[in-house]
Design a protein. Sequence first.
Length: 259
Amino acid sequence: MLEKVAFVKTLLPDIRNYILSHPIQNIEVKDNEFDNIVTDIDVTIQDRLEKALIERYPDTTLFGEEADEHLFTPKMWIIDPIDGTKNFVRAKADYTVSIAYYEDLKPVFGLVYDVVSDDVYVGITGQGAWMNDVKLNPRPSITLRQSVIDMSLKTVYALERSHHADVYTLSKNVFAHRNLGSASLSLCKIAAGFHDVYVNIHLKLWDYAAARIVLNEVGGVTEFPFEAKQDLNLHSVFLFSSSHPDLHQELMNVLFKKE
């Protein structure tokens, strides 16, 4: 398995060079949602990754955001070629290439590449997590009042309107809040100790598959409380994640007034 991780890492310099040296030529709206966009760079990076990975490992398949169909297979790469496309288009920062590898529908490893910062996050199931080859320590137990939370306006609205969550009380009991705009990067930032909580209303598997492995390997929590399945959902999910189980319990207690 370490050989696969090492091979994926060898692809990153060329990916970075291509993304940073090629201007965006085309932006398309997906699913008739004005804020759901894809660029020609997304498509090119996925095509390049697919070619390299399948040539090297012909018994694997690619489950990618920009693919025409999405099928689970015994050995599969789950890829988001650019996670945080709006950041890529507008800010030219805080976007990633996200690559997870699954066997028999179980997570094996995840790699998240922050292209602009040139930071590489890796999580290997049962072995640990690393940032730039430095092993990450388990996150300590902290309280909400010590926490930085990452949440969007749409998520706040959905929590209040659809799930009757007490976001007001939450807002009074967190140290600070952010909205980074990239799910995979947000989860890795929690693993590395920069943030502590991430909540998002509308995520697909490729958004979180790799980063979830990284976070799990430092003792973090990722939960889909409104879903029957806790892994490999084909539809959009409402994701809640925290740096530590104690913090996660406090988060859920405050939002949903659990005793």
